[in-house]
Design a protein around this ligand. Structure first.
Ligand code: F6P
Length: 470
């Protein structure tokens, strides 16, 4: 059976993870031979030519160090100040510095050169996310003929947003050198198809570019998920129960409205707080009876737009506190720190409303985990953005336009007033969808499509994918 080589910018670390990627892929790799390859987290004067192997909680991880300058251009620069805002349709928040692209390519070249000597001919390489779009090109240029797949964890942009990205034509050519490109949602595949079918020449010099040939690349949606049954068990574990008890002591009879997101402008946090403010303004009966908790671990905080989002959120929360708080009642709590999965599972289970309202999101695994953590006898209600990939899966959530804070406020009211029978009915459908789109099914479907022969007929597949995360 072929080995799987997972490649991503961040490798799995110890301690609480801010994003869902590490949680999802750790499980896949724990079940197949292979290793995880990526950045070590270290910044050095000389870039490492060779990867160092380390055992991280039973997982074989190969890592390279980057120079401070390359890392800045590749991560904070091209990846997170150009690709991230553009792919999330926030061109107003993009900052373009031409030289960042060179750093972005340099790091991809460094990754390819360090990975090359570690590869065997039948290894299957699975590259993750927008930091590493050029990696297949770099590997192919070094003679690698292995099957290489790419998975985009964030949304694929509309054609005009794509045109706003410097070197977009080269990036699309890079994508065409993968055997399989996986996206989160049908929406993303449609945007990709729109580009590939109507490619327009786009050089400032006016010389028409050759269109990219995607003839050898398969593109399809593979919606990522969680491990809902393991998460359901976690939600009744002693650590989760401890968090529930702690919250119940503090909250008394109040109903909890919960948001959990990296502190990122794509998550729609100011709009969410405004919607909550409108709920309290329009429905005086909820005051003292509800409490909103927003958990928002800081992320990419060297980037100005992230600092500004943090400042805006501080001001919004202060405004709601000033407007509605009383000496013995606080309408909301805002926590800028990461919590471990068991504590989060407890919070999700306690929350009457899971408020997941990104302005645009690849999938959003918080929505999956909120559903999984519910008590089947008394489930909460998921209020979900139409613009999260999860909206294609969770049709029985209350779907909202997160830009319309009146609509989100009304969705909160509906969720708080929803009778138990309706909550149970909706939750059953949501949980069935979370199970159908589990992380096991996601990785199996992707790998089946990328390299069917490597796993077909071994008879071991079911066993490989059934090990528990607990
Ligand atoms: O959602 C996209 C993503 O890159 C995830 O893959 C990752 O876990 C998360 O954002 C966190 O991003 P960063 O590595 O920049 O902190």
């Amino acid at each position: 059976m072929s080995r799987i080589i997972v490649v991503s910018n961040r490798t799995p670390g110890k301690g609480p993870a801010a994003g869902g990627l590490a949680v999802a892929l750790r499980k896949t790799l724990a079940e197949r031979e292979g290793f995880w390859f990526g950045w070590s987290g270290k910044l050095v004067d000389e870039p490492s030519a060779e990867a160092r192997f380390e055992d991280i909680d039973g997982l074989s991880v190969a890592q390279v160090d980057l120079t401070r300058e390359d890392h800045h251009a590749y991560y904070a620069g091209f990846s997170n100040s150009i690709l991230w805002p553009s792919f999330h349709l926030r061109l107003d928040l993009a900052t373009i510095e031409a030289h960042w692209y060179e750093g972005y390519r340099r790091v991809n070249t460094q990754f390819a050169r360090a990975l090359l000597p570690l590869l065997k001919p039948d290894d299957i390489i699975w590259v993750h996310d927008y930091h590493l779009i050029p990696l297949a090109s770099e590997l192919r240029n070094l003679g690698v003929r292995n099957r290489i797949g790419f998975y985009l964890h964030i949304p694929f942009p509309t054609t005009d947003a794509l045109y706003a990205i410097p070197h977009h034509q080269e990036l699309m050519r890079d994508l065409s050198r993968y055997d399989l490109v996986g996206m989160q949602a049908n929406r993303d595949v449609a945007a990709f198809t729109e580009f590939s079918e109507h490619q327009a020449p786009s050089t400032l010099a006016g010389s028409p570019l050759k269109s990219v040939d995607f003839g050898r690349t398969e593109v399809a949606a593979f919606p990522i998920g969680s491990d809902p049954d393991a998460f359901a068990r976690l939600a009744v574990s002693p650590a989760a129960t401890k968090m529930i008890k702690r919250m119940e002591r503090a909250m008394g009879e109040q109903e909890l409205i919960l948001g959990v997101d990296r502190l990122d402008y794509s998550k729609g946090l100011p709009q969410r707080v405004e919607a909550y403010e409108k709920l309290l303004a329009n429905n005086a009966r909820f005051r003292r009876l509800v409490h909103m908790l927003q958990v928002a671990p800081p992320s990419r905080d060297s980037i100005k737009e992230y600092q500004e989002t943090s400042d805006t959120l501080d001001a919004m929360c202060g405004r709601v506190m000033g407007r509605f708080a009383e000496p013995d009642w606080a309408p909301l709590t805002y926590v800028k720190r990461a919590y471990g999965q068991p504590s989060l599972a407890g919070l999700y289970r306690l929350a009457r409303v899971g408020l997941v309202t990104p302005l645009r999101d690849g999938m959003n695994l918080v929505a999956h985990e909120y559903v999984a953590a519910q008590n089947p006898e008394d489930p909460g209600v998921l209020v979900l953005s139409r613009f999260a990939g999860a909206a294609e899966i969770f049709e029985d959530a209350i779907l909202v336009n997160p830009f319309d804070t009146d609509e989100t406020a009304e969705a909160l009211r509906m969720a708080l007033d929803m009778p138990l029978d309706e909550r149970k009915d909706r939750w059953k459908t949501l949980m069935a969808a979370a199970r159908k789109h589990s992380v096991e099914n996601w990785s199996r479907d992707f790998l089946d499509r990328l390299a069917p022969a490597s796993i077909a007929g071994t008879g071991t597949r079911d066993i490989l994918y059934l090990a528990s995360v607990a």
